[in-house]
Write a new protein. Structure first.
Length: 250
C-alpha cells in the first residue's frame, strides 16, 4: 500500500513538471518572437521619405520616395506621321471622322451622322443602304512622348504621365495645343485646312460630309510636379504625380 501511494505521488509530480515545462516553453516562444516582429518595419511600411531631385542616393534603392521639382525634356514630343511637334512631356493627337450611326428600337431604325474617334462599321447596320461609312480611318488618335523626361536627376517614363486617366493619382492633365497647316510638311498641308485651332480634311467644315476628318492636339507640359515612385537606379517608377500649387505672384 505504501509503495502504491509513493508511486502515485511520483507520477503526479512528473505530470506537474511536464505541464509547467510546456507552459514555460510556450511563454518563452511567444515573448521571444514579439520584439523581432515589432521591430521589422520596412521602408515601404514607414512614411515615404522626401529626397532631393538633384541627387540620387543609392541608399534609397528600391524605396518609394517623394521628389519635387520641374520636369525637363531632352527633346520635343513629335507626331511622326504629321510632323507636328511640341516642347512638352507628351503630345496627344485626337482624330475624329464624321460617320453614320444606326440606332434601332424594335422595327424602327434611326440614322444620324456623328464625329467618332473609332470607325463605325456600317456593314453591320440593319439598314446599310444609303448609310455607307468609309472602310477605314485615314489616321487614328495617338500620343507621342518627349525624349528623356527627367525630374532633376531622375529619369521618368513620360508614358506614365500620359496615362492620366488610369489612376486618380496621376494628375498631369493635358491642355489644348493649337496647330495650323503651316506646321505641316508641304505634301501634307494640301490635304488639310485650318479650323478651330486644329486641322480639317474635307471640302467645307461649315457643311461637313461623311468621311471628313478633323484633327486636334493636346499637350502635357513640362511643369513643376511632386511625384512618388520607386527608385530604380536613375529611374523613378512613378506611382503618384500631381502638379505643385502655383506660387503667389508666379
Amino acid at each position: 500500500m505504501a509503495k502504491t501511494s509513493k508511486r502515485s505521488r511520483i507520477i503526479i509530480l512528473l505530470l506537474a513538471i511536464g505541464v509547467l515545462g510546456l507552459g514555460a516553453y510556450a511563454w518563452h516562444k511567444r515573448h521571444a518572437s514579439a520584439p523581432e516582429s515589432a521591430g521589422a518595419v520596412s521602408p515601404q511600411e514607414s512614411q515615404v521619405p522626401t529626397v532631393s531631385a538633384d541627387h540620387i542616393d543609392p541608399v534609397h534603392e528600391g524605396w518609394t520616395v517623394a521628389v519635387s521639382g520641374k520636369l525637363t525634356i531632352g527633346g520635343p514630343a513629335r507626331d511622326t506621321q504629321l510632323g507636328i511637334s511640341a516642347d512638352a512631356v507628351m503630345l496627344l493627337r485626337y482624330v475624329e471622322m464624321l460617320q453614320w450611326r444606326e440606332q434601332c428600337a424594335g422595327q424602327q431604325c434611326d440614322h444620324k451622322t456623328v464625329w467618332s474617334p473609332q470607325r463605325i462599321d456600317s456593314n453591320k447596320f440593319r439598314e446599310p443602304e444609303g448609310h455607307k461609312n468609309p472602310e477605314r480611318m485615314p489616321m487614328t488618335s495617338a500620343r507621342f512622348s518627349a525624349q528623356q523626361v527627367r525630374l532633376g536627376k531622375f529619369l521618368v517614363d513620360a508614358a506614365i504621365l500620359g496615362n492620366y486617366r488610369l489612376g486618380a493619382g496621376l494628375q498631369a492633365k493635358p491642355h489644348a495645343y493649337p496647330v495650323t497647316t503651316a506646321q505641316l510638311p508641304s505634301n501634307l498641308a494640301i490635304s488639310f485646312r485650318d479650323f478651330n485651332d486644329g486641322l480639317y480634311a474635307g471640302n467645307d467644315p461649315q457643311n461637313p460630309a461623311v468621311g471628313d476628318v478633323r484633327v486636334s492636339y493636346r499637350i502635357i507640359s513640362a511643369s513643376d510636379v511632386q511625384m512618388e515612385g520607386v527608385q530604380r537606379g536613375e529611374r523613378l517608377v512613378v506611382k503618384k504625380s500631381m502638379p505643385l500649387p502655383a506660387q503667389p505672384g508666379g
